[in-house]
Design a protein around this ligand. Structure first.
Ligand SMILES: C[S@@+](CC[C@H](N)C(=O)[O-])C[C@H]1O[C@@H](n2cnc3c(N)ncnc32)[C@H](O)[C@@H]1O
Length: 205
């Protein structure tokens, strides 16, 4: 079981956002796909707090999928499915056999800033296909806005990420808004979280 200190710090705030967004639909069964699930710490907590949702974890890395499996076993999670291999930069027909319009929620936590633009395109293209009408794409992370990164700690994080991998870095909210629009979604809300992080909520039209 891998342990991310950041996931341990932010899971409660993320749960609160999801509960607020989904509670009005808790009378029916929902299906949520997480992209880049990492250790599995988030999705296990989401499963415990929101049992009316079936949670599908996924990650490109075997090490992450093994950790998610260990968390599922350790917590005896009933509403979290076994993790699937899913490369979010692939076209949606390669997204682990998920069907068109089969998801109510797609969530990506701290994925976009650790990814190439091709992955961001994949996330929005894929979500545009597998979300039902009115379904939500939720991205959590730190962002640039109108080509500007503030405050200086975020500019520093962007520089550090680009040093690790020139294709990584803080995605620009305006670029994501365009990607959403060209894939049948619109940016509905931006929720301020701790330390300049934000949840962006995109709705499938
Ligand atoms: C910074 S970690 C975040 C993990 C977790 N969501 C969290 O917040 O603790 C990014 C995760 O995305 C995964 N990842 C990177 N590129 C991916 C891709 N193209 N498709 C799916 N997962 C990817 C990595 O393996 C890693 O687990």
């Amino acid at each position: 079981m891998l342990l991310s200190p950041q996931a341990e710090r932010n899971w409660q705030d993320l749960c609160s956002v999801l509960e607020e967004l989904l509670e009005s639909q808790s009378h029916r069964k929902l299906f949520a796909l997480e992209l880049g699930s990492g250790t599995g710490q988030h999705i296990i907590r989401f499963g415990q707090k929101m049992p009316f949702v079936t949670w599908q974890p996924s990650d490109i890395k075997k090490e992450s999928r093994d950790s998610i499996k260990a968390y599922i076993a350790a917590t005896n999670a009933k509403t979290v499915l076994q993790p699937v291999h899913l490369d979010a930069s692939d076209t949606w027909d390669k997204w682990a056999g998920l069907s068109h319009s089969s998801c109510d929620v797609v969530i990506a936590i701290n994925l976009l800033q650790y990814s190439s633009f091709k992955t961001a395109q994949g996330v929005f293209n894929g979500a545009g296909q597998i979300l039902r009408q009115n379904g939500l794409l939720i991205t959590y992370g730190v962002y640039a806005m109108n080509g500007t990164i503030t405050p200086s700690c975020n500019a520093q994080l962007d520089a550090e990420l680009r040093k690790l991998n020139p294709e990584w870095g803080l995605p620009d909210i305006d670029v994501l808004r365009q990607l959403a629009y060209s894939n049948g979604m619109r940016l509905e809300r931006m929720i301020e979280m701790e330390e300049y992080y934000k949840c962006l909520i995109f709705r499938k039209l």
